[in-house]
Design a protein around this ligand. Structure first.
Ligand SMILES: [Zn+2]
Length: 304
């Protein structure tokens, strides 16, 4: 994967709340695990949420306001010559690419306008319209304020603890979260919540479909990512290789519910799946990538 050094990072698509002191005691800081069990526990919490939907979606709304961050230093950093050496600037650029894709793809595929959504960079804890959250839940999307939230230190955990290495894991994670935003805009998410209420026994199975669709949307973005450009028309990616795509698939596999259950030493129980098995996640990301068409992501359809 190579980014175009001349691409301009549009930092207005992110909201940098890392300097705001972490929301003044909101949320629970990540405990420093006492012994092995503790550490494993933290990792599981993170993984479950990366894949994400659980947190927030079921929580009471208005648990916290949407505070504004301060982008001043990020803006400065990301307009410098070597901006793309910085993790946060690169991630802002991934957000730019993902949203540039949906601006075209959503009207094309679904006949609806895309509405942009910001990504909030936070550290340790953050207050959202879905309630307070800490880094332990991993990256997530909050439908109540239409924002994607990420503590960028998550990537280190993904690489160190899961062996999901390679830079392309990062845009994959973000593209998955923006997939949830698209589901929110299309009404898929609300429809699925209503279905869950009517049929609580299928709640987990429905959640899996929502998550797999977000993986498939991430695949569709990946296929079209080299066609995305900044607001001056400069290409954002100069190349995405097969190796990058295998890294994304590898990440999708490593955060499958069965893989997580296995890693935690629990027996694999498909009834408890909320995000899909490794195989399913791999399959749906690949489907989105192969077709490059979000319409093919019909995880709720009869063909699924
Ligand atoms: Zn998710």
């Amino acid at each position: 994967m190579e980014l175009n050094e001349n691409a301009r990072v549009d930092t207005s698509q992110v909201d940098d709340r890392r300097g705001s002191g972490g929301g003044g005691g909101m949320g629970i800081p990540i405990p420093i695990g006492g012994g092995r069990g503790g550490i494993v526990g933290i990792v599981i919490a993170v993984l479950v949420a990366l894949v994400g939907g659980g947190f927030g979606l079921n929580a009471a709304t208005n648990g916290g306001g949407s505070e504004q961050g301060d982008n001043t230093s990020l803006e400065q950093k990301c307009s410098a010559q070597d901006a793309l050496k910085q993790l946060d600037c690169r991630n802002a650029l991934y957000v730019n690419s993902i949203q540039a894709y949906w601006r075209t793809a959503m009207p094309e595929a679904f006949g609806e306008q895309y509405r942009p959504s910001k990504t909030v960079f936070f550290s340790q804890n953050v207050s959202t319209a879905c309630g307070a959250a800490d880094s332990g839940v991993g990256p997530f999307y909050c439908p109540a304020d239409d924002l994607v939230y990420i503590d960028l230190s998550f990537y280190k955990l993904l690489a160190d603890q899961l062996g999901a290495e390679g830079e392309f894991a990062q845009p994959y994670v973000l593209a998955h979260e923006y997939g949830h935003h698209v589901q929110d805009l299309l009404g898929t998410e609300a429809q699925m919540r209503r279905q869950q209420q009517r049929d609580p026994q299928s709640a987990n199975a429905l959640s899996v479909k929502l998550e797999l669709q977000a993986d498939c949307y991430a695949g569709a973005w990946a296929k079209n990512a080299t066609g995305t450009a900044d607001d001056k028309g400069q290409k954002i990616f100069t190349s995405i290789t097969e190796q990058d795509i295998s890294q994304a698939i590898d990440t999708a596999e490593k955060i499958g519910d069965d893989a997580i259950q296995q890693r935690s030493g629990r027996p694999v129980n498909p009834d408890e799946f909320t995000h899909g098995s490794s195989d399913q996640r791999k399959q749906w990301f690949t489907k989105g990538f192969t077709t490059g068409d979000p319409k093919s992501c019909d995880t709720f359809g009869s063909g699924a």
